[in-house]
Design a protein around this ligand. Structure first.
Ligand code: SAM
Length: 321
């Protein structure tokens, strides 16, 4: 499916829950208002929307949240989506806290790749950022997941004055392991607005000063806008998602479904279309029509460079990142 700017739209991020078991300072403020369960789509409704999305050309689904692994039935949902004709890939992003206990089930469900969000390997800093003493659980989850032949990526957001100098340890995870470590620039969405974004270009420069010239990876890796590099001697790769300093909207391939059944054409704007009524009334044609309308309403690009233009008011945990 191609949008009016000629972009291929084949990827849908699906947030299945707005709650999380961590309270990351830039992602979930303490005063967030959680929704009553009836506001949230059922797993069958989510799978139904994915079915209609596949019918219009969506090929890849990312399960996200909040924290998807705290939603009962998350694994069942992955099974359901994997069976949809036309869906080629189902992937998951998680904070990793519950990963160890779900690793085998995720593998059995046929998950195609897993992203683990992890901003530091320092226990005290981890507690400061997430308000939870769970670093050892996350590291156990990563080790457990490595037993399966499933691509694994670590996603890190660096914050000035907090973990900006933690990149050498984070990168170290890719030294002898077949996993990628990616740095996501802080985006001015929700609580993230209060945090300055560290430029990935500057980070790349620091990494090159340390390791010497990196090799650019030209072969596509993953479904998104990350640019990948290889450090000679490393098993895994280093990726950069430069949402602020490297605007990549010309290659945007996605729409986002929130746990309340709203389709978002772009992360930056509050514009959304509700699918809840259509899916609850069982109208497949209407769900498809609304999905196509959302794709048609995708803007040419975000406006992160001018915060006064950003209209999205929700937190990243409510949108799914
Ligand atoms: N709980 C899951 C996880 O941790 O991967 C999924 C949801 S979380 C919102 C998805 C990702 O968004 C995490 O990697 C998180 O660090 C990132 N994130 C949250 N707020 C952000 C912001 N303002 N800018 C950039 N990334 C952000």
């Amino acid at each position: 499916m191609t949008d009016k700017y000629g972009r291929t739209i084949d990827y849908m991020r699906v947030s299945i829950i707005d709650r999380c078991n961590l309270r990351c300072q830039y992602c979930i403020p303490t005063d967030i208002e959680w929704l009553p369960p009836q506001e949230i789509l059922t797993l069958e409704e989510i799978a139904g929307i994915c079915r209609q999305a596949a019918a219009i050309g969506i090929r890849k689904i990312k399960i996200t949240g909040g924290e998807p692994l705290i939603r009962k039935g998350c694994i069942d949902l992955i099974h359901m989506i994997k069976e949809i004709t036309g869906i080629e890939q189902v992937t998951l992003t998680t904070n990793g806290v519950l990963l160890a206990q779900h690793a085998r089930q995720l593998s059995d469900a046929g998950i195609d790749a897993i992203n683990v969000s992890l901003d530091t390997l320092d226990r005290e800093k981890y507690i400061k950022i997430t308000k939870t003493d769970a670093l050892s659980d996350v590291l156990a989850g990563i080790s457990e997941m490595e037993k399966y032949d499933i691509p694994l990526k670590i996603n890190s957001v660096l914050q000035k004055g907090v973990n900006e100098n933690d990149w050498p340890q984070l990168i170290g995870l890719a030294k002898d392991r077949a996993l990628d470590v990616r740095f996501i620039e802080m985006m001015p969405i929700g609580h993230g607005k209060g945090f300055a974004s560290i430029s990935n270009d500057e980070l790349l420069q620091k990494i090159q000063e340390h390791y010497g010239p990196l090799e650019a990876v030209t072969k596509a890796r993953g479904n998104g806008p990350a640019a990948y590099w290889h450090i000679p001697g490393f098993t895994g790769h280093i990726g950069f998602i430069s949402a602020i300093h490297g605007k990549f909207c010309r290659a945007c391939n996605r729409i986002r479904l929130t746990s309340t059944g709203q389709i978002k054409p772009c992360l930056c704007y509050e514009d959304h279309i509700s699918l809840k009524e259509a899916v609850r009334s069982g109208s497949d044609e209407e769900v498809q029509r609304l999905l196509l309308t959302a794709i048609d309403r995708k803007p040419a690009g975000h406006c992160f460079e001018d915060q006064t233009m950003i209209t999205e008011k929700h937190e990243m945990a409510q949108i799914g990142g």
